[in-house]
Every structure is written in C-alpha cells, then in structure tokens.
Design a protein around this ligand. Structure first.
Ligand code: HEC
Ligand code: HEC
Ligand code: HEC
Ligand code: HEC
Ligand code: HEC
Length: 281
C-alpha cells in the first residue's frame, strides 16, 4: 500500500531510520476528522447556549463584573462592620435594594482618604452630580417578580441569597437565581429562617432552641440582644447552631407565622409560595 497516510514526523526521519509504520490504521484518520468536526460542533453548541441564554444558570454563578470604583465589601461591611442597611437603605420596605448615592460614600470620604486615587470617580460624581455607574451584578428577567422586603422582614438573611458578601472584596453572584432555586427554598424554607419579633425569640428560648445570654451591663434584656444578634444583616449568625437545630428553629417560626397549622401541615399561605402567580404577575 503506497497511499497509506503517514504521520508528519515521518517525513523528516524517512532518510536514516526508514519509514515508520503509522501508529494508527488509516481508517482512524476519518475518525479524527469526524472528532474534529464534533469538537467544532460542540464549541458552536456552547456558544449558542451562551448567546441564547438557555443556560443562564451556569453562566450567572460567579458573575463578577468589573466596577468603576474598587469598592470593597469585606472592608466596609466586614472589617468596619457597617450594617448593610446603612447603604442598601430600602431592603426592608421595598422590592428593590437601593444602591447608595455618592453622598453616602462622602459621609466618610470627604474626611478620610480624601485624595485616594481609587476614590477619584466618587469625587467626580460628587462634583458633577452624576451617579457613579455601578454595574448590576444580580439581574432577574423582567417577567419575574421579586421582593426584598417580603424576605428580609420574614427573617431570610442576605446570606441565603447572596452568600458572605461581608467577606467579598468584589461582589459576585453566588446562587443561580433560577426558578428551581427559588422554588427549592419556597418548598422548604425552615432552615433559612430567623426570628424577627421578640415573641418569636421568646418562643425559641422557651423550647430550648436559643440560649439566653447572661445579663449585660447595658441592661438591655437578653431577648432583645438575641433578636439583634439574629438580624438578617448579621451574615454569620447561626453558624454555631447545628443543621437540625436550624431546621427546628425554622419549624417553630413557620408555626408562629401561620405557615403551618397545629398539626404541622402547610396552610394556604405556605402553598401560595409555590404558585405561579406569586412570582409571575
Ligand atoms: C458603605 C456602603 C455599603 C455597605 C455597608 C454595603 N454595601 Fe452592598 N453595595 C454597595 C455598593 C456601592 C454596591 C455597588 C457596587 C458593587 O456591586 O460592588 C453594592 C452592591 C451590593 C450587591 C450587588 C448588587 C447588584 O448589583 O446585584 C449586593 C448583593 C450587596 N451589595 C449586598 C450587601 C450586603 C449583604 C451588605 C451587608 C453585609 C452590604 N451590601 C453592605 C455599598 C454597600
Ligand atoms: C462609615 C465610613 C465609610 C463609608 C460610608 C464609606 N467608606 Fe470607604 N472607607 C472607609 C474607611 C475607614 C476606609 C479605609 C480603611 C483602611 O484601609 O484602613 C475606606 C476605604 C475605601 C477605599 C480604599 C481607598 C484606598 O485608597 O485604599 C475605597 C475605594 C472606598 N473606601 C470606597 C467607598 C465607597 C465607594 C463608598 C460608598 C459606597 C464608601 N467607601 C463608603 C470608610 C467608609
Ligand atoms: C430571597 C433572596 C434574597 C435575599 C434574602 C436578599 N436578596 Fe438581594 N437580591 C436577590 C435577587 C434575586 C436580586 C436580583 C433582583 C432583580 O434583578 O430584580 C437581588 C438584588 C440585590 C441588589 C441589587 C439591587 C436590586 O434590588 O436589584 C442589592 C443591593 C441586594 N440584593 C442587597 C441585598 C441585601 C443587603 C440583603 C439583605 C438585607 C438582600 N439583598 C437579601 C435576592 C435576595
Ligand atoms: C432562602 C429562601 C428563599 C429563597 C431563595 C427565595 N425565597 Fe421567596 N420567600 C421566602 C420566604 C420565607 C417568604 C415569606 C414566607 C412568608 O412568611 O409568608 C418568601 C416570599 C416571597 C414572595 C412574597 C410572597 C407573598 O405573597 O407574600 C415572593 C414574591 C417571593 N418570595 C419571590 C421569590 C423569588 C422570585 C425568588 C427567586 C429569585 C425567591 N423568592 C427566592 C424564601 C425564599
Ligand atoms: C418562587 C418564584 C417562582 C414561582 C413560584 C414560579 N416561578 Fe417561573 N420563574 C421564576 C424565576 C426566578 C424564573 C427565571 C429563571 C431564570 O432566569 O433562569 C422563572 C422562569 C419561568 C419561565 C421561563 C422559562 C425558563 O425556564 O427560563 C417560565 C415559562 C415559568 N417560569 C413558568 C412558571 C410556571 C408555569 C409556574 C407555576 C407552576 C412558575 N413559573 C412558578 C420564579 C418562579
């Protein structure tokens, strides 16, 4: 057989050592071509998926757009301990979590780090009155209805949906924000719930699920301090509790709030959480 395909490297070696037999039989050549084609196809397939967003789920997790100011949450919310609500002022009473205006930054930065080059865009914005152009990180499609206050006022912490933002230098999307993800929690929210009322704290203490701290010099009652500690903006809360205790705490809260009845069965309000019109109105 003279028309047998030769490997590239054979050409140079053919003089001294003689022609090597191809390692693979000729028919594999076609297979290689086919595989190459297959490769090209799967590449195109991935691109098409990306373009048409058939898999927003895969693409969005970890999304971390570059911001014009390298604002650091792990510094401000973490180390300095500034409460999320100091900047995201509307989370408790509106659907939308406001991004702070430049004035909020200037409350501190007209006194400290006044000349920092990193803050130049903030100073320009302050002088011109034009908002800093922050790039949105989390973004649901327009046909989905989401509401921050509905979650935050029922003791679902920012951490359940955004992760440990207080440890992120730059915010990125931690959760898929897909319909399945919303529904997973709506079907079984217990482990994500925290007390939001004194009466709820008292119920949890009475059942031995929360431990009343010793009296403090401030004179603030133990249950008040427990409630403050469990605030939704304290992202690290509950880490010392076991999974099963978190679940039990949630079950007590679901009963307190009328989402389950005396027999532990879901009420109409619970069922509404998974009905289409709750999120698509
Ligand atoms: C000193 C002000 C400040 C504080 C305090 C603060 N943030 Fe922010 N946050 C910002 C600014 C400015 C942005 C927009 C720039 C960015 O995305 O980093 C932002 C963006 C975000 C985003 C992304 C929004 C989007 O575009 O999808 C989330 C989520 C967020 N913050 C959560 C939190 C949480 C949770 C806390 C408390 C642990 C917190 N922030 C505390 C100023 C603040
Ligand atoms: C409550 C006060 C306070 C507020 C409000 C505040 N910051 Fe800061 N910021 C600080 C402090 C303190 C530091 C310095 C921390 C350190 O490095 O010791 C700092 C540091 C910074 C730096 C780093 C500066 C450098 O040169 O290293 C940037 C950038 C910054 N802040 C941006 C912002 C932006 C944007 C906002 C508004 C969304 C904001 N800060 C709101 C207190 C504040
Ligand atoms: C139940 C899940 C959930 C909880 C709890 C939650 N968020 Fe969000 N957050 C979202 C989703 C989903 C979006 C995207 C909303 C959209 O695109 O319409 C978002 C968007 C944001 C944004 C961008 C502005 C906006 O409203 O689109 C900020 C800032 C933010 N969240 C901060 C917070 C803070 C601070 C907390 C806690 C006090 C918090 N979030 C609690 C799910 C949540
Ligand atoms: C970590 C848990 C969790 C996640 C994730 C979550 N939710 Fe919720 N959601 C809740 C809880 C808890 C309530 C309030 C239940 C109650 O007490 O009535 C709620 C309530 C709501 C309500 C208000 C219902 C009403 O009629 O009062 C809407 C709307 C909603 N969620 C939409 C969404 C959407 C959209 C997503 C996904 C983008 C989402 N939620 C993700 C836990 C969650
Ligand atoms: C708890 C909130 C929630 C409930 C309840 C809910 N959806 Fe969705 N739905 C979403 C979210 C969030 C998205 C956007 C998903 C994405 O961007 O990946 C979505 C997307 C969709 C889409 C767009 C196609 C897709 O998968 O991207 C359709 C169709 C849809 N929902 C139908 C329904 C129907 C029918 C029901 C009732 C059986 C329902 N949804 C109940 C939150 C919800």
């Amino acid at each position: 057989m003279t028309d047998e395909p030769k490997l590239e490297s054979d050409a140079g070696n053919s003089e001294g050592i003689g022609v090597r037999e191809p390692i693979f039989p000729p028919w594999t050549d076609h297979l290689v071509k086919l595989l190459g084609l297959g490769g090209a196809f799967s590449g195109a397939y991935v691109a098409i998926l990306a373009i048409f967003g058939l898999s927003p789920y895969m693409i969005a997790i970890g999304y971390m757009p570059k911001q014009v100011v390298s604002y650091d949450h792990s510094l401000h919310a973490g180390e300095l301990g500034i409460d999320c609500r100091y900047c995201h002022t509307t989370v408790e009473y509106a659907a939308f979590a406001a991004i702070p205006p430049t004035q909020t930054c200037m409350n501190c930065h007209d006194k400290i780090f006044k000349t920092s080059p990193k803050l130049a865009p903030v100073r320009e914005s302050y002088a011109s009155g034009e908002a800093v152009e922050w790039t949105k990180v989390h973004d649901l499609p327009g046909y989905v209805y989401f509401n921050h206050s509905a979650h935050v006022t029922r003791g679902v912490s920012c951490v359940s949906c955004h992760g440990r933002v207080d440890r992120m230098e730059e915010v990125f999307q931690q959760e898929p924000l897909s319909m399945g993800w919303c529904l997973d929690c709506h079907r079984a929210p217990a482990k994500n719930l925290r007390p939001v009322r004194i009466s709820e704290v008292d119920a949890l203490v009475a059942q031995g699920l929360l431990e009343a701290p010793p009296p403090s010099k401030s004179g603030i009652p133990a249950n008040r301090r427990l409630l403050d500690d469990a605030r939704v903006t304290n992202l690290g809360w509950g880490q010392d509790l076991s999974k099963s205790d978190r679940e039990k705490i949630g079950q007590v809260l679901l009963a307190e709030r009328g989402l389950v009845d005396g027999g532990g069965n879901p009420t109409v309000r619970f069922d509404t959480l998974t009905s289409c019109s709750t999120c698509h109105r």
